[in-house]
Design a protein around this ligand. Structure first.
Ligand code: GAR
Length: 202
């Protein structure tokens, strides 16, 4: 049976969407844990309500020792031994050692049409830039922030009166479709990665 682990810093709505999809479709996968870098992440409560084991490595505690924080994270991930890691609103850059252990086995969701608007406040960046369309992207994690081969994207139109909050809601709704689907493609062995290209087999 495949194992999946989530990394979350926030409220966990994408985590919820993936877990609900996995359970509705009865995929043969063990949800082995949700790890958060924040003690107050809403995702932790959500995971508990789903009966998913939770782990917290509070970044605050390691503020002066970033390396130790990353070593703890790596140790935990090695122990949990997931086939797939999903970074669902995990707001830290992962170190090379972790990225190298999980090449093409770590999926991230980002609230823009990559490669535009990488990094923090991607929705605000898109509005400020004046683009007509933005959206969200799932991709494999590699070195370099929000880079890595793209799995799925979904488009959201920015209207003249769009606010950050209504655009966030529209993007979230699309994220909740493409992240579960990307995880499904992975779990059903339909993904092939060739350089920067992701091929999804029928
Ligand atoms: C999502 O919109 C996700 O795309 C974004 O954080 C949000 C988490 O929401 N991630 C990033 O910005 C990563 N660069 P959630 O906690 O409700 O799933």
């Amino acid at each position: 049976m495949k194992k999946i682990v989530f990394l979350c810093s926030g409220r966990g709505s994408n985590f919820r969407a993936v877990v609900e999809h996995i359970r509705a479709r009865k995929f043969d996968v063990e949800i082995a844990g949700l790890i958060s870098d924040k003690t107050d992440a809403g995702a932790l409560e959500l995971a508990k309500s789903f009966g998913v084991p939770t782990f917290t490595i509070p970044f605050e505690k390691y503020r002066q020792e970033k390396e130790k924080f990353h070593l703890e994270m790596e140790k935990l991930l090695v122990e949990l031994a997931p086939h797939l890691i999903v970074t669902a609103g995990y707001m830290r850059i992962l170190p090379t050692a972790i990225i190298n252990r999980f090449v093409n086995r770590m999926i991230n969701i980002h609230p823009s049409l990559l490669p535009s608007f990488k990094g923090l406040k991607a929705i605000e960046q898109a509005i400020d830039y004046g683009v007509r369309y933005t959206g969200c992207t799932t991709h494999f994690v590699e070195e370099g922030m929000d880079s890595g081969a793209i799995i799925l994207q979904s488009i959201v139109e920015i209207l003249p009166n769009s606010t950050v909050s209504d655009l966030t809601a529209k993007i979230h709704a699309e994220e909740h479709k493409i992240l579960p689907l990307s995880v499904e493609y992975f779990l059903t062995d339909r993904i092939e990665v060739s350089g920067r290209k992701v091929i999804i087999r029928e």
